[in-house]
Design a protein around this ligand. Structure first.
Ligand code: NAD
Length: 394
């Protein structure tokens, strides 16, 4: 088994948003890092963006100039995948397309050493499907970074049913050395974060669609009561309504159209209209007007509390479902939401604070009103409510 010390070369394929961030992370941890992109100019652009990120870190006093120069000196752009022959780990961050990713891994297998690990940064594709047609699927694994990859600590390590488990522990240790927070997730749609976080957006949209509250009130409820740094609509505007909608649609389809993940027509219309959020200047909010005008906070306390509770219990129910289905451990589920999407608290820890009986009764009340699959309580929260169990203190 390969020993991942700093002498191991790291290869990055795809020099877009994620590739550039991952390259900066690997080089900062001391590895010589090679970047390849089918569009060579993209690799040049990635080097420029890495340099400007390092310059920003210097100006903020987070890094010394000498260190930044060393990091940059470890990253090179190459024109051929043949230059990856001596890499110990290759991380693919190319376009989200199953056939293109499969072909890339087939090509890489003929170039790299037998000990080289091949990782994919896919957000939504099955790791098993990517690995299936390769000659050695046992060395293919998901390594899911979050954007911006050089700043957000979470990395989901996702072995497929074909992956050699030794690879998981080697990558787990390596991610710790890279100052990341690794968690291990089953190869299931959305892995941890993109599954557990769905109600943050979905339930907020539903509350809006039912006319219970506007975007600002819902955002204000989550921030003022829950301590979330951003409200759901602010976050959807930041992620982009096109991107966020597509993730929801994929998770919905991949879970065989489970009503829990049903996408919102409201968000679809925003995406179709080009109201994508910050990147187009307008989404749920208008970024062409001063922030204060977007920031009304004169709302009734009981409505705010109702909105917050409804979104929170739906999030907790999803986290409990993820644990119940064995997708990840309770610790990893809580780390995933605090380190990947900046939630103020782990959702299972939050469940303990509220009490399983209270969480269950709130979800059950929603289910009794709507009679929709979307609101079905996880069998685990029901079981815990009846036995008065907690996730952490027992
Ligand atoms: P991007 O569009 O910014 O960059 C993709 C790059 O890959 C482009 O420069 C493109 O020229 C290159 N490319 C395409 N096909 C190639 C090929 N066959 N060989 C070499 N290079 C090729 O995309 P991104 O946002 O960086 O996403 C990359 C991957 O990471 C996707 O799988 C995406 O799902 C995943 N991801 C994205 C985010 C995010 O927030 N952007 C977060 C986590 C994971």
């Amino acid at each position: 088994m390969i020993n991942f010390n700093k002498h191991v070369n790291i290869g990055i394929v795809g020099a877009g948003t994620m590739g550039a961030g991952i390259a900066l992370t690997a080089a900062s941890a001391g590895h010589n890092t090679i970047i390849f992109d089918s569009d060579y100019s993209a690799a040049g652009k990635a080097l420029k963006s890495i340099k400007s990120n390092l310059d920003r870190m210097i100006s903020k006093g987070k890094i010394e100039e000498q260190k930044a120069t060393e990091i940059l000196g470890r990253i090179t752009a190459c024109e051929s995948l043949n230059d990856f022959s001596q890499c110990g780990l290759i991380i693919e961050a190319i376009v989200e397309d199953l056939d293109i990713k499969k072909n890339l891994f087939l090509t890489l297998e003929d170039i790299v050493k037998s000990s080289c690990f091949l990782a994919t940064n896919t957000s939504s594709l099955s790791i098993g499907a990517i690995a299936a047609s390769s000659k050695h699927p046992e060395r293919i694994v998901g390594l899911h970074f979050f954007n911006p990859a050089h700043i957000l600590p979470l990395v989901e390590i996702v072995p497929s049913i074909l992956t050699n488990n030794d690879i998981v522990s080697v990558l787990y240790d390596l991610m710790k050395e890279w100052n990341k927070t690794p968690v291990i997730a089953k190869d299931t749609p959305g892995f941890i974060v993109n599954k557990v976080a769905r109600p943050f957006y979905g339930e907020a949209l539903r509350i809006y669609e039912e006319g219970i509250a506007g975007f600002e009130e819902i955002d204000y409820a989550m921030k003022s009561i829950g301590g979330f740094k951003m409200g759901p609509f602010q976050l959807m505007d930041l992620i982009g309504n096109d991107v966020n909608y597509k993730v929801t649609e994929t998770v919905f389809r991949e879970f065989y159209f489970d009503g829990r993940y049903r996408p919102s027509i409201t968000q679809k219309r925003y995406a179709e209209a080009g109201l994508l959020g910050r990147k187009t200047g307008k989404g749920f909010y208008d970024y062409n007007i001063a922030d204060e005008k977007n920031g009304n906070s004169d709302f009734a306390d009981n409505n705010l509390k109702m909105i917050f509770n409804r979104i929170l219990v739906m999030l907790i129910n999803e986290a409990v479902d993820t644990l119940h289905k064995g997708i990840a451990s309770k610790e990893d589920i809580d780390l995933a939401v605090t380190k990947g999407v900046n939630y103020p608290k782990g959702l299972l820890k939050w469940a303990d604070e509220l009490g399983a009986a209270e969480v269950y009764s709130q979800i059950k009340a929603l289910y009794d009103i709507y009679l929709e699959e979307r609101y079905r309580p996880s069998p685990l929260i029901q079981q815990m409510a009846t036995t008065s169990k907690t996730f952490y203190q027992d």
